[in-house]
Design a protein around this ligand. Structure first.
Ligand code: MSP
Length: 658
């Protein structure tokens, strides 16, 4: 048994959690649950990153003190992690005393190593990243942040610097001798190339920023938020605490076997260059691996609050509980690469894998066994059949994939066993044999083999679906909470034990109905903004001048708004909300546009009228029909849409709205 320390990034509190945050945390949770079953002594940490200008400004916009904003968002995180069954051992906040005392403790060690000095610093500063950029790194035109695309500000101040340049060679040596330090390999190559390009000393303080950890011995300076934030991985364990409270630090960090940071690819540089350099300077052990996953994209773009394309899958969780979404996220993304989120893909995956492959197989087997064997599991187990060898291979594949964080591979392996079990059942047709030979020993063996395969699959699913997998196991008469991965071995299903009728665990989703019920006024999969937001924040007041979240005229210009005339309009069959409009935008052909306005407008009152259309929106499918744009509408106090249109006739079809 070894120790296994796994961390998520700590999340900023200027935004509500979205699918990107949920993803990393679900990955960490799945891994933690797996390692516990594998017998490791696991420590799983998550938390929030609460200092810095970005948070200070977000709080200001809401008329709150930064800590009030943080408290609200943290409450939402706690609620969400409870809902998702996240089994973290600790939740760290950078505003906690245990953290705020650890930051000066690490700085003092870096200072003692001669790595900190005071100097003037000038450069282009992005408050979103809390980072200075060189002219070369900026996106042009307008000196924009290369990550956020928002304008940077020129800043000149006296700062404390860290001698990062000293660590160029030791870092390259680290990547050479320990290539597993950065995973996957593509990220290691990027990081190595970055360091080979030369490391400049790093500014690690900000002057005049109130909302941060004061820099020791330098009044007026506070610690750069990234140094502050990265320290969470050791502060939460007790680094910097009195000896009596340092036990976890000594166990999981100093003397630990695995220290794994899971991060998104956008923050790998902070974790794989700066953080190990800080630790080397302070003379502390390094993490064993920084594992960078890809992004969840929406329409091939990174989700971001400023772009307004963030997915908060509240509606999916409300309807199906957290486990199908956990499954989807880990099944759909090749860990390390980007993946695209859509409601349609979710429904397809749910129906085929969970409702059909897993749910139907389990319920068919339970029904047959109950009717054949008097409400019990089959009385005669079987230790000689082709499924045994396949199960052994599948379990080996599953375990290897889990060790390599290849979650998709692990799930595919389990589904191979399900597919093989189904083929085996079809070939032996126990339902027919039951009729011809009754509850024979042969029928018992076949059904037992089928159920045993489902048991192994559901046991493998325990880390992925901690709510539903135990219910599948209990439903087939098996141990719902096995103590170890030994339960993946063939032969665990008890013979002849009582079997209740299986509750429907994965009811099939009627796709068309579901797609038509997604909150309208936004693309499928987007958050029900007011509902999601109401849980934590009040509507933001008008944004102050210079806010990082404003867009400029060029960004606005990327949205192609046009006047269109409705040529035809009808209700969409089977949908209460959708109208199908044919809109003339002065193009060769009218556009088909679906709008969720059927409760407020009758088709005939729209024909001949003008509307405003987002003309360059990527087409989306709703109830099997393509929508080639979106009409703009406001909302009345009852939540009913009110169409926006020019106040008098005269605009040309296709005329631009500016
Ligand atoms: N506070 C820093 C992390 C400090 S760790 C010492 C931060 N916070 S964040 O809230 O902006 O992002 C946290 C994590 O969420 C990052 O790993 C980021 O990559 C991840 N994601 C944010 N959007 C994402 C997607 N669209 N898809 C997948 N993960 C993404 O950065």
């Amino acid at each position: 048994m070894g120790t296994f320390y796994v961390t998520t990034p700590i999340y900023y509190v200027n935004d509500l959690p979205h699918i990107g945050h949920i993803f990393t945390t679900v990955v960490a949770d799945t891994l933690a649950r797996y390692r516990r079953l594998a017998g490791d002594d696991v420590r799983f940490l998550t938390g929030t990153d609460e200092h810095g200008q970005k948070i200070e400004r977000a709080a200001e916009r809401e008329g709150l003190r930064p800590i009030e904003l943080a408290d609200r968002v943290v409450a939402r995180y706690h609620e969400l992690w409870r809902l998702f069954g996240i089994s973290h051992d600790d939740f760290v906040r950078t505003t906690q005393e245990r953290h705020e005392r650890a930051v000066p403790a690490i700085l003092r060690r870096m200072e003692a190593a001669g790595d900190i000095y005071l100097a003037k610093h000038e450069g282009w500063y992005c408050s979103g990243c809390e980072t200075f950029y060189t002219e070369k790194e900026l996106a042009q035109p307008g000196n924009r942040c290369p990550d956020h695309g928002t304008p940077t500000e020129w800043k000149s101040e006296e700062n404390l610097f860290f001698r990062l340049s000293r660590y160029e060679r030791p870092l390259l040596e680290l990547y050479r001798s320990q290539p597993e330090f950065v995973r996957p390999e593509t990220r290691l190559n990027e990081i190595r190339a970055f360091v080979e390009g030369g490391l400049k000393d790093l500014s690690i303080s900000r002057f005049g920023l109130d909302w941060g950890v004061p820099f020791p011995d330098h009044p007026g300076h506070s610690v750069w938020v990234w140094l502050d934030a990265l320290t969470n991985y050791v502060s939460a364990l007790g680094f910097g605490a009195p000896a009596a409270e340092r036990g976890s630090y000594e166990r999981y960090w100093e003397g630990g076997d695995v220290r794994l940071h899971l991060v998104g690819k956008d923050i790998v540089r902070f974790h794989a260059v700066f953080w190990p350099a800080f630790l080397m300077s302070a003379g502390l052990p390094l993490p064993s691996t920084v594992w960078a996953h890809g992004w969840w994209l929406r329409d091939d773009k990174k989700m971001s609050k400023s772009v307004g394309n963030v997915v908060r899958p509240d509606h999916l969780v409300e309807r199906f509980g957290p486990d199908p979404l956990r499954y989807f996220l880990l099944r759909e993304m090749v860990f390390g690469q980007d993946a695209s989120f859509s409601d349609e893909a979710f429904v397809d995956r749910y129906n085929s894998d969970l409702a059909n492959d897993l749910g139907n197989t389990a319920s068919r087997l339970v029904t047959l066994s109950r009717s054949a064997f008097d409400g019990r599991t089959p009385p005669t187990p079987c230790d000689d059949n082709p499924l045994i060898g396949i199960a052994r291979e599948v379990v080996a594949e599953y375990r290897a994939a889990m060790e390599a964080l290849a979650f998709q591979g692990a799930l595919r392996a389990l589904w191979r066993l399900l597919a093989e079990a189904n083929q085996y059942l079809v070939a032996r047709a126990p339902w027919k044999r039951l009729k011809s030979e009754g509850a024979s020993e042969g029928v018992s063996r076949v059904l037992w083999n089928g159920l045993e395969s489902v048991r192994i699959v559901a046991t493998g699913l325990l880390p992925f679906m901690p709510g539903l997998a135990p219910r599948v196991l209990a439903g087939i008469g098996a141990d719902a909470a096995p103590a170890s991965l030994d339960a993946l071995g063939w032969g665990g299903l008890p013979a002849g034990v009582p079997l209740a009728a299986l509750e429907p665990l994965f009811p099939r989703i009627d796709k068309e109905k579901f797609m038509s019920e997604i909150p309208t006024g936004e693309p499928p999969g987007a958050p029900a903004a007011p509902r999601a937001a109401a849980a934590v924040t009040t509507p933001a007041p008008a944004r102050p001048e210079g806010s990082a979240e404003r867009i400029d005229i060029a960004q606005f210009g990327t949205v192609d708004l046009r006047v269109g005339r409705v040529l035809a309009c009808e209700n969409l069959p089977k949908s209460e909300k959708l109208l199908k409009l044919m809109v003339d935008l002065g193009e060769e052909r009218p556009r088909q546009i679906l709008a969720g306005i059927a409760k407020a407008y009758r088709p005939e009152e729209l024909i001949g009228t003008q509307v405003v259309v987002v003309a360059n929106l990527a087409p989306a499918k709703l109830m099997g029909q393509e929508s080639q744009g979106m009409v703009l509408a406001a909302t009345d106090p009852e939540g009913q849409p009110i169409l926006l249109r020019p106040h008098r006739d005269g605009a040309l079809p296709g005329g631009k709205v500016r």
